[in-house]
Design a protein around this ligand. Structure first.
Ligand SMILES: O=C(O)CCC(=O)C(=O)O
Ligand SMILES: [Fe+2]
Length: 333
């Protein structure tokens, strides 16, 4: 019998497809990270939801999804003593950088600080993580962690950790300055479309002074995150809203959400903000944490900290091969 005649005589029964849950479990258990299914994602959904509920974040997650940003009130974020410690540490750093003593009730002064980012009525302090233990503690904050994990599906890694010090300055009254400041923080293509629609990053502002429109609070454009692109010049201005909130609140927004320093600061004194930005773990971060985080810091911190600072980063190696300081069983690039 020829091969084809044999095949015709004994038709093979089609294999019975395995039941879906078994297949998914097998994939997740075998070579995690190599397949379409994010390992553990399906099993973890209940735990993820329970954790969000435990922290009382249900309505904030809803707001984040619908509006593109949410404001978590101080009592849900951290005790007032923590806010005070962050504020003190930032005022100390402001003095170190500028050589000028700073306090909340006086306007700021760039002094000797010739930072890349200092301008009319503001300066930035970069790379806060190693400046004070209170910043390490912030990376362990459960509310911050839950929002980052939700938004970036557990793949969020700290990209930049900076403070923004702002005060009243004539240049902020120039409508051209603030009106052109609406933007998305996401990496983007030259045509203005955001990478993965802006879903590869997220940003947050832990505010250390009260945010009101008069105090020059941040402006958000609700719903703009659904567009997945930068605004055209002037676009979004009529829809932007001031985000007013008391000191100690956490303003958290998606990478695609249009926002900006939309209102001039009209009052005297500082507007003090701590920003933590997170990227999907496969992106190059703005500031370098990963292997720069000393072992003794990792030893005193928890799993959330290790993952969020990217201590599990396996990339960027040479002939020595990957040498992550912290590795979970299913870690991959
Ligand atoms: O705080 C502000 O006014 C805007 C800051 C901003 O654009 C950012 O943190 O990404
Ligand atoms: Fe921004």
């Amino acid at each position: 019998m020829t091969q084809s005649a044999e095949a015709a005589a004994k038709p093979e029964a089609p294999p019975t497809p395995p039941e879906q849950p078994e297949l998914l479990k097998q994939v997740a258990g075998n070579q995690a990270g190599m397949f379409l299914v994010t390992p553990g994602a399906l099993d973890d959904a209940d735990a993820h939801l329970a954790h969000i509920r435990e922290l009382g974040l249900d309505s904030h997650i809803l707001e984040l999804e619908v509006c593109g940003y949410t404001v978590v009130p101080p009592e849900m974020v951290a005790p007032p003593e923590f806010t005070a410690r962050v504020r003190d540490a930032l005022l100390r750093l402001a003095e170190e950088k500028t050589g000028v003593k700073h306090s909340l009730d006086r306007n700021g002064d760039t002094g000797k600080y010739a930072a890349f980012a200092a301008g009319g009525g503001f300066f930035l302090i970069f790379y806060l993580l190693f400046e004070d233990p209170v910043f390490e503690e912030w990376i362990e904050n459960p509310v911050l962690g839950a929002l980052v994990n939700h938004t970036l599906k557990g793949q969020g890694r700290l990209s930049s950790f900076d403070a923004l010090v702002r005060w009243k300055d004539a240049s902020q009254l120039d409508p051209d300055v603030l009106d052109h400041a609406l933007h998305s923080d996401s990496p983007r293509w030259p045509d203005g479309n955001l990478l993965d629609g802006g879903n590869l990053m997220t940003n947050s502002a832990y505010i250390l002074t009260d945010y009101t429109k008069e105090n020059g609070c941040i402006a958000m454009v609700p719903g703009s995150h659904r567009l997945g692109r930068l605004p055209y010049p002037g676009e979004g201005l009529k829809d932007m809203v001031p985000v007013e909130a008391p000191a100690g609140s956490l303003i958290f927004w998606k990478g695609a959400t249009w926002h900006g320093p939309g209102y001039p600061k009209l009052t005297d004194g500082l507007r003090l903000t701590m920003n933590t930005t997170f990227f999907n773990r496969s992106l190059k971060t703005v500031e370098q944490f990963q292997r720069a985080v000393p072992k003794e810091v990792l030893d005193r911190r928890n799993r959330q900290f290790a993952l969020l600072v990217g201590a599990d980063d396996m990339t960027g190696f040479g002939s020595e091969g990957p040498q992550p300081a912290y590795l979970e069983p299913y870690s991959f690039f």
